[in-house]
Design a binder for this molecule. Structure first.
Ligand code: BG6
Length: 465
């Protein structure tokens, strides 16, 4: 069968500033929560590798843009680092070296016919803002909007695709439930307030962007995890799946696309005494400023069942898992090198859901990819990593994306996570995802993997057989 994609389909990859740029070489960059946390607790990071030891995009971006070209990219997403652009949010002064750097990146991409997709926030709260409470503090929302406006003013003449956040659930889960992000608290009430402020910040940035008449579009990138009950016929399992979908997906998707929070989740939040501080003006802002375009990150589904041994629900230590159990489905397909389930049809189910329940919002796959620990073992005699498993992973997912498009979904592109193997928060360099290997011990030397050459052929044909 021939899998041809619509004309003008965006092919490329996604990355983020804090995971690629390198920190301490950066001219005038201030600390963000990752730089700070690494300084405080380096033992938390896999093999003790911190954000300073990234793939060094800050120095190597010209080479990297050429490599993107060599691997067939016509588009690329990264994020601006707030702490690089505006090192002191109190004064709001921009860092001229950061402006020059991002200008060069944008111009370099455009000169090579690679459309820049820019995201504003990828988990990297500036430390001065975190000291005020980060996303918990309403004032930080206004500082973020100022930062967003500054980005639009500086770069909006050339960057036509903007995103307000990458995966806003993750700072909630990581920072306020499970300990993968600073401030490493367990406090769902705080988590709910953070989620609310992120939604508000996004709507406010969208409002500013649209008021500037910049001839581009703005959206948000969400990691949507289709949630399946153990047994479709079991009412309690189905209800558990509905709650989990509400907490992890709809709480972010509904305000972004429909302009309001899902009613069942608002009721659940009230019942569990988790209501955030809100104002009617905020809710109006959220209602009136929805996205133009959605980025969909898809890695794996969630499988759930009803709680078998109910736990006592106790105040601020309450966790989403107090209301459901994870269902370990027998025979599910696993990525043997990362421990995540592989369920290709999940990407299709997500797209069908967007088509049927979210007005068929225009979207693109903004992340999808396969993390592999110990990928060096697949290096061939010529020094190239033969990542056939990644080629298979992407092909199998693309078949389902193609199917969704055939059935009318408005999917406009596919970005793999990621271009260069990059640093990934507490996991640091544990899981490799790139088309291109980075040798950290050898000046971050780049080598294209087999998947990179394969991707070039795919994008040149705008599809595959
Ligand atoms: C995505 C994030 O969800 O997962 C990235 O947007 C992250 O920032 C990627 O690096 C891979 O995560 P991990 O934990 O497998 O390294």
């Amino acid at each position: 069968m021939n899998y041809q994609f619509p004309e003008g389909f965006w092919w490329g990859s996604a990355a983020s500033g804090p995971q690629t740029e390198g920190v301490f070489e950066g001219d005038g960059k201030a600390q963000n929560i990752w730089d700070f946390w690494y300084e405080e607790k380096p033992e938390k990071f896999f093999n003790g590798v911190g954000p300073d030891k990234t793939s060094r995009f800050y120095k190597k971006y010209q080479e990297d843009i050429q490599l993107m070209k060599e691997t067939g990219h016509n588009s690329f997403r990264t994020s601006i680092q707030w702490s690089r652009l505006i090192p002191d949010p109190e004064t709001g002064a921009v860092n001229p070296k950061a402006v020059a750097f991002y200008n060069d990146v944008i111009d370099g991409l455009l000169a090579n016919r690679i459309e820049p997709f820019f995201n504003l926030y990828h988990f990297d709260m500036p430390m001065t803002m975190q000291e005020k409470g980060g996303w918990l503090n309403r004032e930080v929302v206004d500082q973020y909007v100022f930062y967003a406006k500054t980005c639009f003013e500086l770069f909006g003449d050339r960057v036509k695709k903007w995103f307000t956040h990458n995966e806003p659930i993750v700072p909630v889960e990581g920072g306020y439930l499970y300990g993968w992000h600073y401030p490493d608290e367990v406090n769902l009430k705080h988590g709910v307030q953070v989620a609310y402020h992120e939604a508000l910040a996004s709507a406010k940035a969208i409002e500013v962007y649209h008021s500037m008449d910049l001839d581009g579009e703005i959206g948000i990138v969400l990691n949507l995890t289709p949630t399946y009950p153990r047994d479709e016929q079991n009412k309690a399992d189905v209800e558990a799946a509905r709650l989990v979908d509400g907490l992890f997906n709809r709480s972010f998707l509904d305000p972004a696309v429909k302009g309001h929070f899902p009613e069942d989740i608002v009721n659940w939040v009230k019942e569990n005494d988790l209501m955030p501080v809100t104002t009617p003006e905020d809710l109006k802002t959220i209602a009136e400023n929805t996205i133009d375009l959605l980025g969909v990150n898809y890695y794996q589904p969630r499988r759930v069942k009803t709680k078998e041994s109910p736990v006592e629900i106790a105040g601020n230590t309450i966790l989403p898992e107090d209301f459901y159990d994870v269902y370990d489905m027998p025979g599910k397909k696993m990525n043997p090198y990362r421990g995540w389930e592989i369920y290709e049809k999940g990407i299709y189910d997500t797209l069908v859901n967007l088509k049927e329940n979210y007005g068929n919002i225009r979207c693109y796959i903004s992340e999808n990819g396969m993390g592999v620990e110990g990928e060096e073992r697949f290096v061939n005699a010529e020094g190239m990593i033969e990542d056939d498993y990644r080629i298979e992973f992407v092909t199998d997912h693309l078949k389902w994306v193609h199917q969704a498009i055939q059935e009318g979904s408005q999917v406009q592109g596919y970005h793999m996570w990621t271009c260069m193997d990059n640093w990934s928060w507490l996991n640091a360099y544990k899981n490799r995802y790139g088309f291109i290997a980075v040798d950290l011990d050898n000046e971050a030397k780049r080598t294209i993997k087999k998947s990179g050459y394969w991707f070039k052929a795919l994008t040149e044909n705008n599809g595959f057989n």
